[in-house]
Design a protein around this ligand. Structure first.
Ligand code: NAI
Ligand code: MG
Length: 490
């Protein structure tokens, strides 16, 4: 026993004592100031106002971003409408496809720079932006480009027609990927776009605007307006848009739903989650532990489908808990630009406050907290990977979305109990099942109320598969054929 503890300690120390391996920031060309991207050009905001975007890992300012007001939003919507009427809807579909393919190619060419900017602006580990966010963004353009001239096969005998101008509002957790996720299917189906990135992470969307220029995308086909919630609300309420696509908090999703009620605007909303990972005693335990670690600590837990609840069958509870604790000790937390970092910076001070508040609530509710013993950098916004045990179903940490590296663990005895507990939530975005038995997987997937269910894996994404939720997690699907459906009238 003593021996294995020592080996473990050695392992932690060696993981933490790796030489720094920072990615160079030199490749990132970040301007001192960014304007609004309207009708193919960068334009000064009529508000004359700018706000700072900072690096959450260091709290240093990266750039100033234009703040779009009502007049700016109107300009962008008018540009999108003109481009729709005069250019985009008249263009043969295969010509549309060429632009989208070209955008995908340029993203690939600039992948390294985009990954660095994504990490600097948002705090996520470079290995994640490099290996996941940016390649996936390019893939979404590529996949949707292929559909542009084949829509009659996607929707056979249904005569699919574009909706017109799409207003799109995205969050800060996967900035470029969310932009791609929204823009690519809209363009492929012949719509034009006004996109508002999240105020903390506008830079890669503005880089994408430069890519649109480089790709010669006709002016006005995509417009990018920056700003916070007020700018978003102006876009939602603009009478000139035909569709609103939103990803973000359930709270704002509800506001949007109210504001468009009684209008002809279509909507897809992708909101919060409180996903359950369920481990049965017959699961491949080591693989499951890895999947659970990935499910909740990937991107600092800033993932709507994060596996933030864990249900472990009682007979393997002790074993799983020990393995999770050991694994958490080996996670490298810190400088997101370091290629070895597993957990980077929390995206903003505001989000860190939210998470820290839940850490307090969890303890007040009577749960037991376990955190990695790692040291956190002095500057910047960081949170230690955290697990809670002794959690009750009614606890707020088991019911509310925390959106941070915090896992709430509970146990179960029978399948029915696992299903009942997992479904006992206002959300229904995703879930994970870990077992050796195929029959158990099918049984679970038919009874769990979640849009996406992973079996013996977690957080697997692909442009060809649809994604979306039940209940308060929103409605509509993004990705795959279903994702195109949100942008056509049939
Ligand atoms: P948020 O919902 O306020 O922000 C998402 C986007 O909506 C941003 O672009 C924001 O500027 C915009 N927005 C804000 N208010 C708006 C309004 N009234 N009308 C139109 N657009 C508006 O999310 P926030 O405040 O950044 O994060 C709060 C919580 O939301 C997080 O702690 C997390 O639980 C959840 N969240 C979920 C996400 C998901 O992927 N489903 C992504 C981001 C946050
Ligand atoms: Mg907000």
């Amino acid at each position: 026993m003593a021996k294995s503890k020592n080996t473990l300690k050695l392992k932690f120390d060696s993981a933490r004592n790796l030489d720094p391996a920072p990615e160079s920031a030199a490749i990132a060309k970040i301007a001192d100031r960014y304007e609004l991207f309207i009708n193919g050009k960068f334009e000064k905001p009529s508000s004359k106002k700018y706000f700072d975007t900072i690096n959450p890992a260091t709290e240093e300012k990266l750039s100033s971003i234009a703040l779009a007001n009502k007049a700016d939003v109107d300009k962008a919507v008018v540009a999108a409408r003109n481009a729709y009427d005069k250019v985009w809807k008249k263009l043969p579909a295969k010509e549309r496809a060429k632009y989208i393919f070209r955008i995908s190619r340029i993203i690939q060419e600039k992948a390294r720079e985009l990954a660095v900017i994504e990490t600097l602006d948002g705090g996520k580990p470079i290995k994640e932006s490099r290996d996941f966010d940016i390649p996936a963004a390019a893939n979404h353009f590529f996949y949707n480009a292929g559909w542009a001239d084949k829509l009659e096969y996607a929707f056979p005998n249904r005569n699919p027609k574009p909706l017109g101008v799409a207003g799109q509002i995205i969050p800060w957790n996967f900035p470029l990927l969310m932009a791609a996720w929204k823009i690519a299917p809209a363009l492929a189906t012949g719509n034009t776009v006004v996109l508002k990135p999240a105020e903390n992470t506008s830079l890669t969307a503005l880089k994408l605007a430069e890519i649109f220029q480089e790709a010669d995308l006709p002016p006005g086909v995509v417009n990018i307006i920056t700003g916070a919630g007020n700018t978003g609300a102006e876009l939602v309420n603009h009478p000139g848009i035909n569709k609103i696509a939103f990803t973000g908090s359930t709270e704002v999703g509800k506001i949007i739903q109210k504001s468009i009620a009684g209008t002809n605007k279509k909507a897809t909303l992708e909101l919060g989650g409180k996903a359950a990972n369920i481990i049965f005693e017959d699961a491949p335990i080591d693989q499951a532990v890895e999947g659970i670690i990935n499910g909740i600590f990937f991107n600092q837990g800033h993932v709507c489908c994060a596996g933030s609840r864990l249900f472990v069958q009682e007979s393997v509870y002790k074993l799983v808990l020990q393995k999770l604790k050991d694994r958490i000790e080996t996670l490298i937390v810190g400088n997101p630009m370091d290629k070895n970092t597993d957990i980077g910076a929390i995206n903003s001070k505001q989000q860190l406050d939210v998470i820290n508040n839940y850490l307090k609530i969890g303890q007040q509710e009577g749960s037991e907290i376990f955190q990695s013993s790692c040291a956190l950098p002095k500057k910047g916004f960081y949170c230690k990977p955290t697990i809670f045990t002794n959690v009750a179903q009614s606890h707020r940490i088991a019911q509310e979305e925390i959106f941070g590296p915090v896992l709430a663990i509970q146990t179960f005895r029978t399948i029915d109990e696992a299903i009942e507990k997992a479904n006992n939530t206002a959300f229904g975005l995703s879930a994970g099942v870990w077992t050796d038995k195929g029959s158990k997987i099918f049984n679970m997937t038919s009874k769990l109320r979640a849009g996406v269910i992973w079996a013996n894996t977690y957080n697997k994404f692909d442009p060809t598969s649809p994604f979306g939720g039940y209940k308060e997690s929103g409605f509509g699907r993004e990705g795959g054929l279903h994702g195109l459906g949100g942008y056509v009238e049939v």
